[in-house]
Design a protein around this ligand. Structure first.
Ligand SMILES: *[C@@H]1O[C@H](CO)[C@@H](O)[C@H](O)[C@H]1NC(C)=O
Ligand SMILES: *[C@@H]1O[C@H](CO)[C@@H](O)[C@H](O)[C@H]1NC(C)=O
Ligand SMILES: *[C@@H]1O[C@H](CO)[C@@H](O)[C@H](O)[C@H]1NC(C)=O
Ligand SMILES: *[C@@H]1O[C@H](CO)[C@@H](O)[C@H](O)[C@H]1NC(C)=O
Length: 492
């Protein structure tokens, strides 16, 4: 017998530690969909019992044929991103306008769960999950052994040992009933990230930049630049900033250029980069040059979503309706591309930045920090949580390459934007129309995360289309609906 419990009272509880069915409306939709798809026949009745705020029912798992695959999908959504789900549930409490709707969905689902009792998946799910995990660990072993044979240092030795242990415990678990697949999944994710961190990043970069030593932002200033976009307030999506490549001998004159990339077509697509030679020209909107990197805003080389960064003599961005990153070389007027790694990379508005209101098609976000270029996105493989990949331009083979990929536990749709500083990913959430807050950090050097941050940023308007760090002047650049803002973070 399996005991089912449907928590009904999240709206009233202040901090609810348990996973709950109303954490996200996305999960709700899936559940509902699943229920519609599932065969409704054999309506065995099950007696529910109200216990306090929860509803409990006993079910015999042998009674119904069960849509395992669909259920596993739902379960994966529920199992992952618990921190994000927590923050989403807090958000639910804030959003009183949506309460009646959510309450009605909860009531509806609760009513419909009773006759169906899907949670009899438990026994089945562990078996399936374990097989999949086993395959992942196998892959991880191969991966770690490759890294180890290249580097053969104390980190890779330790990793090899830990993966070995993990593999052993999975073998053991296959023969017992007592399985904690979730803990194991976390362990696999953690080891995967450590294997990525072992590969060579310029590992001494934190020595080169003293403020990077601890790698954490302490505080963020009030806006130090505010300007209405040269395209007007009605174009609410795009990116802007200052040339992000560190000064080098040959392109000193490029150092001071400022740029704006506006999504002029449906707030989704664009094909023009506007470059100002310096700050004065930018502030007075004079003397600029427009670069057309695609023949139209809906060409395969056009930009999708507020994703661009201007780095060196090139614009890097998310390419039109694809899982690709594009590089537009301003010197040669050509576009190169590379596919982002991962199972089911989100694009076409699958995993945009959301929180309250989604910023349409903001699935893939390019960033620059002291270590170079990054892409922030989400994958089905990581259950919609943020994935961050390091990207390099190999000038010898003239290709864009993805060198490393880390998987975080923060659900992409539960953050409003993200950026990289000193190899650390920061994510923000909405506080109010005039205030944004950095609440999450993930360090790619250690794989550690911090969910306890609370660094406020003032805004002029509600929506954050893009937020990017610039390592040359150490400022943050925000495209805040039609307003262009910049901030100065300070470091520990
Ligand atoms: C739940 O909602 C569906 C459609 O949204 C409706 O057909 C159904 O009757 C509802 N069920 C209950 C028990 O309220
Ligand atoms: C952070 O910045 C705000 C506004 O700029 C300032 O009022 C506050 O004192 C700063 N806090 C710290 C800890 O530096
Ligand atoms: C642009 O193309 C030129 C010519 O192939 C090359 O020398 C240069 O490195 C490229 N710039 C970037 C930033 O890729
Ligand atoms: C980048 O990818 C190209 C083509 O796959 C490869 O030839 C090259 O060695 C790679 N460069 C680096 C630095 O990984």
């Amino acid at each position: 017998m399996i005991i089912l419990e449907v928590e009904l009272s999240i709206i009233n509880t202040s901090v609810n530690e348990r996973r709950s069915f109303i954490c996200t409306t996305a999960d709700m939709t899936l559940l509902l969909l699943l229920m519609l798809l599932a065969p409704m026949a054999q309506g065995e009745r099950v007696q529910g019992q109200k216990k306090g705020s929860a509803c409990e029912c006993s079910v015999d798992p042998g009674l119904w044929a069960f849509p395992v695959q669909q259920y596993e999908n739902v379960q994966q959504q529920l199992d992952s991103c618990e921190d994000s789900l927590q923050s989403l549930s807090n958000q639910v409490q804030l959003s009183s306008a949506r309460l009646p709707y959510i309450e009605s969905v909860v009531a509806n689902v609760t009513a419909r769960l009773q006759p169906h009792q899907y949670l009899q998946y438990k026994g089945l799910y562990s078996g399936l999950g374990l097989r999949q995990l086993s395959a992942e660990i196998h892959q991880l072993e191969a991966h770690v052994s490759a890294v180890h044979s290249q580097l053969n240092n104390e980190h890779t030795r330790a990793l090899t040992q830990e993966v070995g242990k993990l593999s052993e415990s999975v073998k053991r678990m296959k023969t017992t009933d007592d399985i904690n697949v979730k803990t194991l999944k976390q362990q696999v994710r953690y080891l995967k990230n450590r294997a990525e961190s072992c590969k060579t990043i310029p590992s001494d970069f934190r020595g080169q930049y003293q403020y990077c030593t601890k790698g954490l932002i302490k505080n963020i200033s009030e806006p130090v630049v505010t300007k209405i976009s040269p395209y007007g307030k009605s174009i609410i999506s795009g990116s802007w900033g200052k040339q992000a490549k560190q000064r080098s001998e040959e392109d000193q004159h490029e150092e001071d250029s400022y740029w704006v990339q506006a999504l002029v077509s449906s707030h989704i697509w664009g094909n023009i980069l506007r470059v100002y030679p310096n700050y004065e020209n930018f502030m007075t909107s004079t003397n600029y040059k427009d670069y057309t990197f695609a023949p139209s805003p809906t060409h395969t080389n056009s930009i999708e979503g507020p994703s661009a960064v201007f780095y060196g003599k090139a614009l890097y961005y998310h390419c039109y309706q694809s899982a690709d990153i594009c590089q537009y070389n301003l010197t040669t007027n050509t576009v190169k591309r590379v596919k982002l790694p991962g199972t089911g990379v989100g694009y076409n508005n699958k995993f945009p930045y959301c929180y309250y209101d989604c910023r349409t098609h903001s699935d893939v976000d390019l960033e620059v920090d002291e270590t170079g270029l990054w892409a922030i996105y989400a994958t089905m493989g990581n259950h919609g949580c943020i994935v961050v990949s390091r990207i390099i331009w190999d000038s010898e083979s003239e290709t864009l390459n993805v060198t490393q990929t880390w998987e975080t536990r923060v659900f992409k749709k539960s953050v409003t934007n993200a950026f990289m500083v000193c190899g650390v990913l920061y994510a923000t959430r909405y506080n109010s129309d005039y205030r944004e807050e950095v609440f999450y950090a993930f360090d790619t050097l250690t794989g550690r995360e911090d969910t306890s941050l609370s660094l406020p940023l003032e805004k002029v308007a509600k929506g954050v289309a893009s937020l990017s760090y610039n390592p040359t002047d150490r400022k943050l650049y925000m495209y805040n609906d039609g307003y262009l803002l910049a901030y100065k973070p300070s470091f520990y």
